[in-house]
Design a protein around this ligand. Sequence first.
Ligand SMILES: *Cc1c(COP(=O)(O)O)cnc(C)c1O
Length: 360
Amino acid sequence: MGRIYNFSAGPAVLPEEVLKEAQEEMMDYRGCGMSVNEMSHRSKMFDNIINEAEADFRKLVGVPDNYKVLFLQGGASLQFAQIPMNLMKNRVADYIITGAWAKKAWKEAQIYGDAAAIASSEDQNFSYIPDCSDLPIRENADYVYICENNTIYGTEYHTLPNTKGKLLVADVSSNFLSRPIDIEKYGILYGGVQKNVGPAGMVISVVREDLITDDCLPGTPTMMKFKTQADANSLYNTPNCWCIYMCGKVFKWLLNNGGLEAMNAANEKKAALLYGYLDESKLFKGTVRKEDRSLMNVPFVTGNKDLDAKFVAEAKAAGLENLKGHRSVGGMRASIYNAMPYAGVEALVKFMTEFEKENL
Ligand SMILES: *Cc1c(COP(=O)(O)O)cnc(C)c1O
């Protein structure tokens, strides 16, 4: 059986070259007679894997020396707690609510202190990014929190909020490494890797060094202190070795394919093709305000539930899978991450064009 075009929002498509390399190394990783899955995380072999992965990530993104790169478990969702535990010195934080993930993070922060929603786009089912140029950010706020790309709703910040000098914390799970990143604009930037980077089971958190201290909220578990993880080079306990190895391969794939500038150009081109078609279509329509559209997750509807279901089923039969939209938006969603080739989006648009002819 051949490979399909996988439009899943996550876990999601990975570069074929990376999968093939992993396949070749599965039984015998570089002459050591075992798989990375069987290797001690304290071995010289694995030490090379994690160090190389971090070095490649730093090179790819251009991470300044005063930021730590941490490979952590618990996914993006555990960061919802880890961030307030480590940063909420005044027990005050301001959240911008642009979707379900931002809302979950905000709810979690309320366990630890006074977390306020200072802006929201919930009034229009999160179909836009609110104006963030002059927000009521509190004087004693420990940080301002955003979710930079809203996986479910298909919106993305194209300008970062004016935080009025406060620390910016961002969840970039679904647009991580899709374009160049100016790390210095963030105190912390983190992403669960299973959307645009690697397999499930890990989050990469890039944390400014001065935020890594022992001064966490009382009761913070040892493992939840950024300091514990930073001091141990992400090896305080057994990490997700396989995921670090796979992400390392993806970083090399990105470096070999022109880095984040080239990735951004390719992503712009894919998105332009799909949005261009949606803007002209008489059957399908995008659900997001134009200027806030995501380059990664593209939700669209026909306006007719039965027709949506028919589309998803017929697309699947044609080898275009996981196009069903999230239940909170309905319709369809095409996730067109880094590893989705242009040909995949072309195939989707061709299929949509034919479906439109037959069903309009
Ligand atoms: C998927 C997703 C999450 C949750 O990730 P987990 O790793 O499953 O906890 C959080 N934020 C965003 C933006 C996501 O897309």
